[in-house]
Design a protein around this ligand. Structure first.
Ligand SMILES: Cc1cc2nc3c(=O)[nH]c(=O)nc-3n(C[C@H](O)[C@H](O)[C@H](O)COP(=O)(O)O)c2cc1C
Length: 328
């Protein structure tokens, strides 16, 4: 069965979000932390350390850095804390990141990228290293050169989001570029980008049956049960080969919208309570949850007015009343 990974999303898939998601929804083989910035000072801000302390099962910390030695330092530090795998961010498109030669900025100069990996892999005692990469900085044609570089190193997995930096999150993922990296890779390859439904997942698996997994970000923010729905359908197909229709008891397709909405409602209200404990006030909590609703609302296309009320809410009571109008 193909692995399903929850994509790292800065400011959204926080330790709190991951904890509460784990409690209410299944189907995720690994969660990835949003990027943790590592500089040559080898000192991490308290805010960053909260991403990986306390230790979290089936979570892969992700590092954003410009130096191979700095990556090695962070990876070993995380290994000492119990993390068997550490991921390198080669995708972040933000200008402030790119100009410092981090994230997708590392893809710009292929010589420097190779030097990064030479430095990293010259160290001993590393945990397993995976990368999350775009297919190029300016052109998709860069995929060829990147593929050759990646093929030289012993990555645990190569997660490919087949857009280039210039595209940010626009346009469609370029499946030809994905194929180029996958064909040349000497490591298992994971597909990431624009999977929003069970059928979207199935299309990718049909096209690339030999990938080791898919990573899903926004699709899981919109429907937090998506991974579970995918796995349930696969399980059912595997045990009932003659009838590959889905028979999922607990999700929206079968049990009806009522039970599904109740789970979403419990999930969102626990997130509210958890954030109230760790954040400095209701305003901050509302800001955080409204960001989530920009995604979750796409799951409720008939509730445009109610969604507006959620976004306009000024305090917890208003917020909760507006949410109840959407999910009960
Ligand atoms: C708000 C936001 C924050 C993100 N933060 C990160 C991050 O910290 N690290 C990373 O590698 N990718 C980050 N991404 C990219 C996602 O992990 C993912 O690659 C991208 O959204 C495409 O996958 P999707 O179409 O399934 O969402 C972020 C994306 C968004 C929209």
């Amino acid at each position: 069965m193909t692995n399903i990974y929850f994509a790292p999303m800065e400011g959204i898939t926080t330790p709190t979000y991951r904890k509460v998601h784990r409690k209410y929804f299944g189907g995720i083989d690994k969660y990835f932390s949003p990027f943790i910035v590592v500089t040559s000072a080898h000192h991490l801000k308290k805010r960053e350390t909260r991403e990986y302390i306390p230790f979290e099962e089936n979570m892969v910390p992700q590092i954003l850095t410009a130096g191979g030695c700095d990556m090695a330092w962070a990876a070993k530090m995380l290994k000492n804390l119990g993390y068997g795998e550490v991921n390198l961010n080669l995708g972040c498109p933000a200008a402030t990141v790119v100009t410092k030669g981090k994230g997708s900025g590392l893809l710009r100069d292929k010589y420097k990228l190779e030097k990064f990996f030479e430095e990293l892999f010259s160290e001993s005692d590393l945990p397993e290293i995976s990368i999350k990469t775009r297919c190029g900085f300016v052109y998709h044609e860069e995929a060829e050169e990147l593929a050759k570089i990646y093929a030289k190193y012993p990555f645990k997995e190569i997660i490919v989001h087949p857009r280039i930096r210039e595209e940010y999150y626009q346009g469609s993922p370029n499946l030809e570029s994905f194929e180029i990296i996958k064909k040349k890779a000497n490591s298992p390859v994971v597909y990431n980008g624009d999977i929003y439904s069970v059928s979207g997942y199935e299309e990718i698996i049909k096209k690339f049956p030999d990938i080791s997994g898919v990573m899903i970000g926004r699709g899981l923010l919109i429907n937090p049960a998506l991974a579970e729905e995918i796995k349930e359908k696969e399980d059912y197909a595997n045990t009932n080969r003659e009838n590959t229709g889905s028979r999922m008891d607990n999700n929206r397709h079968n049990a009806g919208r009522g039970i599904y909405n109740q789970r979403i409602s419990d999930f969102m209200s626990e997130l509210y309570d958890e954030y109230m404990v760790i954040m400095s006030g209701e305003r901050d909590v509302l800001f955080k949850l409204k960001e989530l609703w920009t995604y979750l609302s796409k799951n409720y296309p008939d509730a445009a007015q109610e969604y507006k009320a959620v976004m306009k809410s000024k305090n917890g009571a208003e917020y909760k009343a507006a949410v109840r109008r959407i999910i009960g």
